[in-house]
Design a protein around this ligand. Structure first.
Ligand code: PLP
Length: 420
């Protein structure tokens, strides 16, 4: 029996149940992934014991010589990976990365443009209950009705009309490549700063599959745990002229001590993302998403904007007479994990919207490819088209479990110590 199992069997058991869920089912939440065993080792290391307020070489605590090595590695690798002038690897999350940028360039009440939450934006892009919406005067832009792609005419006219201090680009549920240069042009024209939140597609930027906002935007923020496949956390990249303020607004502006164990996991993740193997992985994420999208469309499930350029797609499940809530739960009972999601110009409510969001990053990490995507597309369609047929759902669940056994999760491949 290992120490955790012996000391706290309740927590141990819950972890084992979660490990089985991650192993036996299809994890298709677009913002999730499986980290490597090396990332988990770093994130579960003794570095969790260390206080290190400040930055490498300028700490408010003694004994920081080793964590300084780790944070410097993370910073240098992040800069190399994205070709950035400066990097702050301390934000505990994507939300805190965004809050630190806002604090660096806005005063309460200042105007900002961001993508509408109901059309693919994130809570931190001005949702009323979020600190971004509480402190700043956000105005939302959206997508066009006919193509469901970003409406740059609207963005430009809103920018001219509102004269925002900051324009926020980036999304949580947008299946197309974002042309960062168009945002940069508009920001320049109206004298606004530009922040690109590439949390969802940072891995595709790292692998040079999507265009990079670095060099175009004043600030680039991201999470490290989605397509980038690192530990849960945030990252800010910026131009040299903004570095001092960004650093000050991460610590002490919005955070205290950095999570050094997570920063170690970020360093390992950035190291992995610099490899050819990672580039191959990121290309496979996009290729898999295309095949899955084609399979769903061919089966009669319409997709927002008709398809995908990245790692995710939004399916309009009203086409098979369902709402997103029921669709999510039907797929859950088959062992397919997705999340319900609003679609542009949705007539339904956020707690039971018209869509579901599906992503390929996690399954691609397991080594699944185009053959599996076609099978998965057929299962999704069959389950949704027969949403009351629980015997069918049970059958699909069994087939999925059998397929999953041939695609071990990374932790299983390397050790049984963390995930038994
Ligand atoms: N920005 C975008 C675009 C996101 O999609 C997310 C998370 O889903 C975040 C920021 C926030 O990240 P976190 O959950 O780490 O706070």
């Amino acid at each position: 029996m290992n120490p955790l199992q012996q000391q706290d069997p309740q927590v141990w058991d819950a972890i084992q149940d979660e490990a089985s869920r991650q192993r036996d089912g299809l994890e298709m939440i677009a913002s999730e992934n499986y980290t490597s065993y090396a990332v988990m080792q770093a994130a579960g290391s003794v570095l969790t014991n260390k206080y290190a307020e400040g930055y490498p070489g300028r700490r408010y605590y003694g004994g920081c010589e080793h964590v300084d090595v780790v944070e410097t590695l993370a910073i240098e690798r992040a800069k190399q990976l994205f070709g950035a002038e400066c990097a702050n690897v301390q934000p505990h999350s994507g939300s805190q990365a965004n809050a630190a940028v806002y604090l660096s360039c806005l005063k309460p009440g200042d105007k900002v443009l961001g993508l509408d939450l109901a059309q693919g934006g994130h809570l931190t892009h001005g949702m009323k209950l979020n600190i971004s919406g509480q402190l700043y005067d956000f105005h939302s832009y959206g997508v066009t009705r006919d193509t469901n792609r970003l409406d740059f005419d609207q963005i430009a006219s809103l920018a001219r009309e509102q004269k925002p201090k900051l324009i926020v680009a980036g999304a949580s549920a947008y299946p197309r490549e974002i042309p960062h240069d168009k945002f940069a042009e508009i920001a320049e024209e109206v004298g606004a700063r530009l922040m690109v939140d590439m949390a969802h597609y940072a891995g595709l930027v790292a692998a040079k599959i999507h265009n990079s906002p670095v060099g175009l935007a004043d600030y680039v923020t991201t999470t490290t745990h989605k397509t980038l496949r690192g530990p849960r956390g945030g990252l800010i990249l910026c131009k040299e002229e903004h570095q001092k303020l960004i650093n000050r607004n991460v610590f002490p502006g919005t955070q205290g001590g950095p999570l050094m164990h997570v920063i170690a996991g970020k360093a390992v993740c950035f190291g992995e993302a610099l490899t050819e193997e990672y580039r191959t992985y990121a290309q496979a994420v996009v290729d898999n998403a295309k095949v899955l999208a084609e399979t769903l469309v061919a089966a009669g499930l319409p997709l927002v904007s008709g398809g995908t350029d990245n790692h995710l797609m939004l399916v309009d499940v009203t086409a098979v007479g369902l709402g997103g809530k029921v669709a999510e739960s039907v797929l859950d009972s088959c062992g397919i994990t997705v999340n319900m999601n609003m679609i542009p110009f949705d007539q339904r409510k956020p707690m039971d919207p018209s869509g579901i969001r599906i992503g390929t990053p996690a399954l691609t990490t397991r080594g699944m490819g185009e053959t599996e995507m076609r099978r998965i597309g057929a299962w999704i369609h069959s389950a949704l088209a027969n949403h009351e047929d629980t015997a069918l759902h049970e059958k699909i669940r069994g087939e999925i479990r059998e397929m999953c056994a041939s695609f071990p999760v990374p932790a299983d491949q390397e050790s049984s110590a963390v995930i038994a």
